[in-house]
Design a binder for this molecule. Structure first.
Ligand code: AMP
Length: 209
C-alpha cells in the first residue's frame, strides 16, 4: 500500500513531487495547502478564517485543517493509498492521523535552507490550474503566463520574504519535531531533495519501491 506522508520545509519541492508520484501510483495527492487555498479562493467561511493565518505564514488552527482534510481522507479514492503533502505539521496533527490511518512511509525532504529561500522567491503559480513554475529552473514558455491555460501567473502571498521567514521558523519549531516522532516508529525515509526535479523523482521512486 502507498499511504505516504511528505514531510519537509516550505520550498523543498513536496508539492511538485507529490503531483508526479501520485499520478504514477494512481493515488490521490492530498495537499492541505491546496485544499485551504481552494477554500480561500471560494471565500467559504473556513477559507475566510484561514486566510489571515496563511498570509502571515502561520499554521491554520488544527480544527479547521482537520475539517477540510477529514472528508478527503474518507473518500473512496483514498482507500488504496494517498500522498499527504503538508499534513501533519505539528505533533497534535500527527497523533490524530496516527489514530485514523496506518502509514507506510514518511518521506523527509532534506535540503539546505539557502536553496529553500531561493526556490520560494522564484516560485510562481497558476491560479486556474495550480501549475507551479520557477523563474530560474522551470520558467513558463511565455513570460508571466501559464503554459496550459494562459492565465496570468501569481506569486503566493506567503512566498513574500516576510512570510517566508515566519514559515521557516514555524517549520523548525512545530514541524521538525515530527522527524523524531516518525523515526522512532521506523517510518522515516530521508530523501536528498536538492537538484533537478527529475533527479529527485528518481531517488524518490527508489526510496518507496
Ligand atoms: P503549503 O502549501 O503546504 O505550504 O501550505 C500553505 C499554508 O497553509 C501554510 O503556511 C499554513 O498556513 C496552511 N497549512 C497547510 N497545511 C497545514 C496544516 N497541516 N496545518 C496548519 N496549517 C496548514
Amino acid at each position: 500500500m502507498y499511504r505516504i506522508v511528505f514531510l519537509g520545509p516550505p520550498g523543498a519541492g513536496k508539492g511538485t513531487q507529490a503531483a508526479t508520484l501520485a499520478r504514477a501510483l494512481g493515488v490521490p495527492h492530498l495537499s492541505t495547502g491546496d485544499l485551504l487555498r481552494g477554500a480561500v479562493a471560494a471565500a467559504t467561511p473556513l477559507g475566510r478564517e484561514a486566510d489571515g493565518y496563511m498570509r502571515a505564514g502561520r499554521l491554520v488552527p488544527d480544527d479547521l485543517v482537520l475539517g477540510i482534510l477529514g472528508e478527503r481522507l474518507d473518500a473512496p479514492d483514498a482507500r488504496s493509498g494517498f500522498i499527504l503533502d503538508g499534513f501533519p505539521r505539528n505533533l497534535a496533527q500527527a497523533e490524530i492521523l496516527e489514530r485514523r490511518v496506518v502509514l507506510d512511509h514518511v518521506v523527509s525532504f532534506e535540503i539546505p535552507s539557502a536553496e529553500l529561500v531561493r526556490r520560494l522567491s522564484a516560485r510562481r503559480i497558476c491560479p486556474t490550474c495550480q501549475a507551479v513554475y520557477n523563474l530560474d529552473s522551470k520558467p513558463p514558455r511565455v513570460p508571466g503566463r501559464c503554459d496550459r491555460d494562459g492565465s496570468e501567473l501569481l506569486q503566493r502571498p506567503d512566498d513574500r520574504p516576510e512570510a517566508v521567514e515566519v514559515r521557516l521558523r514555524v517549520y523548525a519549531e512545530q514541524t521538525a519535531p515530527l522527524l523524531d516522532f516518525y523515526r522512532r516508529r521506523g517510518l522515516l525515509r530521508p530523501l536528498d531533495a536538492s537538484g533537478a526535479p527529475e533527479a529527485i523523482a528518481e531517488r524518490l521512486r527508489r526510496l518507496i519501491a
